[in-house]
Design a protein around this ligand. Structure first.
Ligand SMILES: C[S@@+](CC[C@H](N)C(=O)[O-])C[C@H]1O[C@@H](n2cnc3c(N)ncnc32)[C@H](O)[C@@H]1O
Length: 323
């Protein structure tokens, strides 16, 4: 997946003149903090250098993950036409760009971000979008500024930066501000999945309908050491490769997510939970079904229609063997 051209150009303009060595060093510190899920009261993106490292090394991957999650939401609810978005923990505005690409109906955005340099960069990038945007400073764990509910509320790669004790109240606040759909995306680690599961059960208890990835509101059928996550391949730009000292021109971003709506999905196809297993004349899919059960299903040439559909399908796709 590639960034929209105007976002890519905006990022390149912001990084122009920054020495690769600076991006490399700041990127190492940033990655180490993310990997260790450091919560020491300081923001990971407290300074300009960290924000630039995020633009070079993380934004393409978080964009790809959020965009993929939004595609799944749009598929589950084809009549969704959000006009307003509230993005909490917006960083450089990644979710705003992904939402604008998914739903051209979006006209107005409110973005909350605690880090001043991330806000400044996000505001500058968002000038490339023909939308009314309002950026707010604030700490989502303390309170949210007085804001009107939005059709789409997003919190992407935010929860892993917060103390676990803050999450129940934040879930309540985000849901109260959701007029339509709340989408939360986290890193695709077992810890990210557990945060998503906790949030999912709270939102279902509050009356929410799951749009994706689960085609049901039953308890998650997966149990540790298994966990529900997905993956997107991301092209690395030349600068991205240089900043990461990486040879390979791509990377795989693993993510976990849940989208919960005030309104039910209009499509409840099974979700493919792992890379399909293919062999000559057969295809095996691990599916999470609408009855809340996870199954491994084998499709063979004997059922030509279902087999063809299974051969075309990929990890993370909605799958309906009768389609
Ligand atoms: C990993 S970044 C994700 C940025 C963006 N959502 C994305 O997906 O690329 C998390 C963002 O949340 C912000 N953040 C962390 N704690 C916050 C808090 N308590 N209130 C508001 N924003 C916060 C950070 O400053 C950072 O910009």
């Amino acid at each position: 997946m590639e960034l929209p051209a105007s976002l890519r150009q905006g990022v390149e303009a912001l990084l122009e003149g920054t020495p690769v060595s600076t991006l490399r060093e700041a990127g190492k510190i940033l990655s180490a903090r993310y990997r260790a899920e450091v919560r020491d009261g300081r923001l990971h993106m407290a300074g300009d250098r960290a924000v630039k490292a995020y633009l070079a090394q993380r934004l393409p991957a978080t964009y790809a993950a959020v965009r993929a999650a939004m595609a799944a939401v749009a598929e589950a609810k084809g009549d969704m036409e959000p006009r307003t978005i509230l993005d909490v923990g917006a960083g450089p505005g990644t979710a705003l760009w992904a939402a604008a690409d998914t739903w051209p109906s979006i006209q107005q955005a409110v973005l909350l971000e605690a880090s001043a340099p991330a806000r400044a960069v996000g505001e500058r990038l968002a000038q490339g979008l023909a939308l009314r945007c309002e950026w707010h400073a604030g700490d989502a764990t303390l309170s949210l500024p007085a804001m009107a509910p939005a059709d789409l509320v997003t919190a992407c790669y935010l929860l892993d930066e917060l103390a676990a004790a803050a999450l129940p109240e934040l879930a309540e606040r985000l849901w109260a501000l959701t007029a339509g759909t709340l989408l939360v995306v986290e890193p695709g680690t077992p810890a990210g999945w557990r945060r998503i599961l906790d949030l999912r059960s709270r939102l279902i208890a509050a009356g929410g309908h799951v749009l994706a990835p689960c085609p049901h509101e039953a308890p998650c059928p997966l149990a540790a050491p298994d966990w529900c996550h997905f993956s997107r391949r991301v092209a690395r730009s030349r600068l991205h490769r240089l900043a990461k000292e990486a040879e390979v021109p791509w990377e795989d971003e693993k993510f976990a997510y849940v989208a919960v709506s005030r309104h039910p999905a209009d499509r409840r196809a099974a979700r493919i939970l792992a890379p399909p297993g293919t062999g000559s004349g057969k295809s095996a899919l691990k599916l999470c079904q609408a009855d809340g059960v996870a199954v491994e299903k084998l499709f063979t040439r004997r059922d030509a229609g279902a087999f063809r559909a299974a051969r075309r399908a990929d990890w993370g796709d909605a799958f309906d063997s009768s389609a």
